[in-house]
Design a protein around this ligand. Structure first.
Ligand code: GLC
Length: 454
């Protein structure tokens, strides 16, 4: 199948996924699979819409993105409260749908209260800020984000993330299942995927907050957070052969500020021999999670790719991440770009960490499955670092399967060869992940919507 035919089908599927509210386009539904019960896949998910939105911006169709930003801002809770059945101030919903009542349409938001794991999405409000910046860059329209309701919305997101809670790290503290991986996967605490988005949202907010009296305090708080956050991630999440050697010989039970092993990581908890064999000399990556006696050494693509895109990692680290993807292509890309996390949790780890989740069996879905939506992040990271050949290669791999398999949500198996066991077909962000990667390759100037300078 020629590349053009694949693109044509993808564009037409994207068109069909658009949802209208009171006659205006406001988002895209998660999937349009005629064969499986929709559950909540007929809703517009904030995180899923990001890749649709970037495409619409690229094509000059900013109206739908503006409408989306406006309606979601209205859904954001604005008042603080002490009632656990209500979403926190500043959150953005995971998804929303349109309901009709007495001939009128209304929006109904899901803050995780209907979702399977009942966890609010920490990533949605961060994506919202990142997308608002992309809208501003693309349209050159400063009026929207300068509006007082938008300025307040940004401040509330920042307040929600910057307030010190039960730890004193620069990272943001979240429960498990609070992001794209919305099921239990050992991601409580400080998972990388959230930290990368947090960092990008902080940087975006500095471009968006108008430097006035009302914002001064928040702008300073963001500036103060960026440096320790960057340092913490670049130093303590980083894994490469040199770093592995340092961690291998860590002292433990050190007391006081000067401790080298700040998180009291026990050597026995880390699969050193597997890692030493797997990590190429020229490669490196950011670990999946970090906390007390915990360094989760799984590779998470979203966090690593967004770290490259947002310049959370330095130049050399970004290249090492791409080197790793290139040199461990079979493991991380295989037959479909690309693994959401690697490797899968197996046996007793799967049982304990996921709660024996049958949907997240080893090498399926979130637990080592392959997600085509990640293709755009791979393409953006590769293009940003002048490694376009990686993006071309990944797109070529995806093109062999996506259309003939009807754009599945995810693939299973260690090499990504099986269509996901419970995957929906015509999954919108599979379609947009592919199209966006193609657009970035065709015209790298579009990168400016998503990348951040260091
Ligand atoms: C699944 C995914 C989540 C996604 C949603 C809609 O719940 O885990 O990340 O947003 O489907 O596609």
């Amino acid at each position: 199948m020629g590349s053009q035919a694949i693109e044509d089908e993808a564009w037409s599927a994207l068109e069909k996924s658009i949802i209208y509210y009171r006659g205006e386009p406001i988002g895209t539904i998660a999937a349009l699979d005629p064969e499986i019960a929709a559950l909540n896949y007929d809703q517009c998910f904030i995180r899923d819409f990001v890749s649709s939105a970037l495409l619409f911006l690229i094509k000059g169709r900013s109206e739908i993105v503006r409408n989306f930003l406006e309606v979601t801002l209205v859904l954001q809770p604005k008042t603080g409260q002490l009632d656990c059945s209500k979403p926190s101030r500043g959150l953005m919903p995971a998804s929303f749908k349109i309901q009709s009542f007495n001939g009128h349409e209304y929006l109904k938001a899901d803050f995780g209260d209907h979702a399977i794991g009942r966890v609010a999405p920490a990533d949605a409000c961060l994506w919202w800020v990142i997308l608002l910046r992309a809208y501003a860059i693309s349209t050159q329209d400063t009026d929207l984000f300068e509006r007082s309701d938008f300025q307040e919305g940004i401040r509330l997101v920042l307040e929600l993330c910057l307030v010190t809670r039960f730890d004193m790290y620069p990272m943001v503290l979240v429960p498990d299942a609070a992001s794209m991986i919305d099921r239990r996967m050992g991601l409580y605490g400080h998972p990388l995927d959230i930290q990368s988005l947090f960092y990008a949202a902080l940087k975006a907010s500095l471009e968006l907050l108008v430097p006035n009296e009302a914002n001064q305090f928040m702008i300073r708080a963001v500036q103060n957070r960026l440096e320790p956050l960057t340092k913490q991630i670049r130093e303590n999440y980083w894994l490469d052969p040199d770093r592995l050697n340092v961690i291998y010989r860590f002292q433990v039970e050190e007391y006081g500020e000067e401790a080298l092993n700040q998180f009291n990581i026990y050597s026995d908890s880390i699969p050193f021999y597997r890692l030493a064999k797997w990590l190429p000399e020229a490669g490196g990556y950011l670990a999946g999670n970090l906390g007390p006696s915990q360094l989760d050494c799984r590779f998470f693509s979203l966090g690593n790719l967004m770290a490259v895109i947002s310049s959370l990692t330095d130049e050399q680290q970004s290249h090492k991440i791409l080197n790793l993807i290139e040199l461990r292509w079979h493991d991380l890309v295989g037959h479909m770009p690309m693994k959401l996390c690697y490797p899968a949790l197996e046996d007793s780890d799967w049982r304990t960490v996921t709660g024996a989740d049958p949907k997240n069996r080893p090498w399926s879905y979130h637990n080592g499955g392959s997600w085509p939506v990640l293709l755009w992040m791979l393409a953006a990271a590769a293009k940003k670092m002048d490694r376009g050949e990686l993006a071309h290669h990944a797109i070529a791999v995806a093109e062999r399967r996506l259309m003939q398999d009807h754009w599945p949500e995810y693939y299973d198996g260690p090499d990504g060869r099986l269509i996901g066991k419970e995957a929906r077909k015509y999954q919108t962000w599979t379609i947009t992940g592919y199209l966006l990667a193609k657009e970035l390759i065709a015209n790298p100037a579009h990168l400016k919507l998503m990348i951040f300078d260091s």
